[in-house]
Design a protein around this ligand. Structure first.
Ligand code: FE
Ligand code: CA
Length: 526
């Protein structure tokens, strides 16, 4: 049992005792509603059912998050008033040495979420935190600051994950991530799925179904996030380390760009985007820079980890041009070579290209959503079709990125991606049609936590279906997450596999270890 499990267990016992003493019928009871901010609320139900999270560590701080939601699946259940939430940061789980504390205000405008941007902490150090409102307290959670810029760092460990469809499988992989004690965790997007209750997609015995219809309003999105956060493994993974959150499509709608996939008028889709972005901000440990401005939300950002890693967190969804040839999987689409097509948008592309010229760390990391490396012509697909939603369908923009990696000689470029519910490790090439062309970086694509269900054993068939894609060094179609160990000399990716997400309490096994070595082009499978 982790400290998180222990405090959670204590909490639920105390919760039962409290329940008997509460009066009234509202979710929150208070004698005085006239004061602007309520300091000592009494809750009918436990208000911290959505757990806690931390994110975006810097050398002196981190963002702490929680949201008051005693009726978490029914809009939150809070009255429309401000409520005070206290927070503590300590160096040990028993909170004998509290180093920072304060009071934040949970506001109805933001679904009573709380984002505390803590400062004054020491670099590269583990901390523990908790929130309190009235008599209620959250479980204790762990976080960690980043090493100081330029600080010599021998080793760090982080994990990447994404695509956790609640209906299609259990979040067993998050249990594994929670036990890793990572320095940080990157989520590559698809944190929720927007679709309606599709019937029982998991086996009958599990009955994990979406709540309600396809989500459109702020309250719909809040309730869907709350459903996903009803999974204790998901909460435990959040409580284990700071997260670097990025977003893909399903936090709004499948494969959206400036337009939606159903061709509703863009000005109407913009309203839905604005609501989805608000609920996203309310749910994530993000800084105030990420408060949405209508249908626009600044999520691309740069985080540095001493002299070891320089991470550009990209947004490949919000600013891209529409998929060519009507999206879907196609073959022979000339639109994939459109020189005007963009994956990042002009502003973000310039920002990234400037970043690449100024990296001082050992590893240059581009954390993003959809795979960059070529997956054209993989023979598993009928008629060699491939997805119009990935960098494969934005070839001119991809070439600009490859050219820029070559031109800047950014140290040891490593791209991270998700989205495709498949694991890959691949070399980034100047010319994917020519295996002898220069390798300008490497890419690790994490598989899904649960999306797509149990997955397939590709095994020996991979060698015959991978066709001309000799730059792809590893592939798996199983579920799980990827654990990275990073030193000055190498980046070692361990692909962790959960064989069945349709069965509870399954073990997690090592699928493969793939290694990038500093100064040496290309990947090796260990
Ligand atoms: Fe997905
Ligand atoms: Ca996606």
């Amino acid at each position: 049992m982790s400290f998180y499990d222990r405090t959670l267990a204590r909490m639920s016992r105390r919760q039962l005792m409290n329940a008997a003493a509460v009066l009234g019928t509202a979710a929150i009871a208070s004698p005085i509603f006239s004061s602007k901010t309520l300091a000592a609320p009494i809750f009918m139900d436990y208000p911290f059912q959505l757990g806690v999270a931390s994110g975006d560590p810097t050398p002196n701080g981190v963002v702490l998050w929680t949201r008051l939601a005693p009726k978490h699946l029914e809009g939150g259940g809070m009255p429309a008033i401000n409520v005070e939430v206290e927070w503590d940061v300590a160096t040990a789980t028993n909170f004998t040495n509290i180093v920072q504390k304060g009071v934040a205000v949970a506001r109805p405008e933001l679904g009573h979420s709380v984002h505390v941007e803590v400062t004054g902490l020491e670099p590269n150090k583990e901390y523990f935190y908790r929130f309190r409102a009235g008599n209620e307290v959250t479980p204790t959670a762990r976080t960690k600051t980043a090493p100081a810029v330029g600080q010599v760092v021998e080793r760090m460990r982080f994990g990447i994950c994404g695509c956790n469809n609640y209906e299609q499988g259990l979040f067993t992989a998050y249990r594994g991530m929670a036990q890793e004690n990572f320095d940080f965790i990157i989520h590559t997007g698809d944190y929720i799925y927007e679709g309606r209750d599709n019937g029982n997609r998991t086996p009958d015995t599990l009955v994990r179904r979406h709540n309600g219809q396809e989500i459109h309003t702020v309250v719909d999105y809040r309730n869907r996030y709350a459903l996903y956060k009803s999974d204790p493994n998901f909460l435990a993974a959040h409580a284990s380390a700071p997260w670097l959150i990025t977003r893909d499509d399903h936090e709004v709608e499948n494969n959206y760009t400036v337009v939606d996939e159903n061709d509703i008028p863009p000005e109407v889709f913009a309203l839905r985007k604005a609501m989805a972005y608000q609920a996203y901000y309310e749910t994530m440990p993000l800084r105030s820079a990420a408060i949405p401005k209508g249908p626009s939300q600044l999520l691309y950002r740069r985080l540095q980890f001493g002299d070891l890693m320089d991470i550009s967190l990209l947004d490949t969804r919000q600013y891209r041009s529409d998929q060519p040839c009507g999206d879907g999987s196609k073959t022979g689409c000339v639109g994939i070579n459109d020189p005007k097509a963009t994956m990042l948008g002009a502003e973000q592309e310039k920002w990234l290209f400037d970043n690449l010229a100024t990296v001082k760390a050992k590893w240059t990391i581009l954390s993003q959503q959809v795979p960059i490396f070529m997956r054209d012509n993989i023979k598993a697909a009928p008629d060699a079709q491939f997805s119009m939603d990935k960098w494969d369908a934005y070839t001119v923009a991809r070439q600009r990125l490859m050219d820029r990696l070559k031109e800047t000689r950014a140290p040891n470029p490593v791209a991270l991606s998700g989205d495709v519910h498949l694991a890959y490790a691949a070399d980034l090439k100047m010319d994917y049609r020519n295996p002898n062309s220069e390798t300008v970086g490497v890419e690790f694509t994490g598989t899904s936590i649960s999306s797509g269900g149990d997955g397939l054993d590709v095994g020996a068939t991979w060698d015959t279906i991978k066709g001309d894609n000799t730059h792809i060094k590893y592939h798996s179609a199983k579920r799980g997450y990827t654990a990275f160990g990073v030193t000055q000399n190498e980046m070692r990716a361990e692909y962790k596999i959960v064989d069945k997400v349709s069965v509870p309490n399954q073990p997690i096994r090592l699928g493969a270890t793939v290694i990038a070595t500093s100064g040496k082009p290309g990947l090796q499978v260990a």
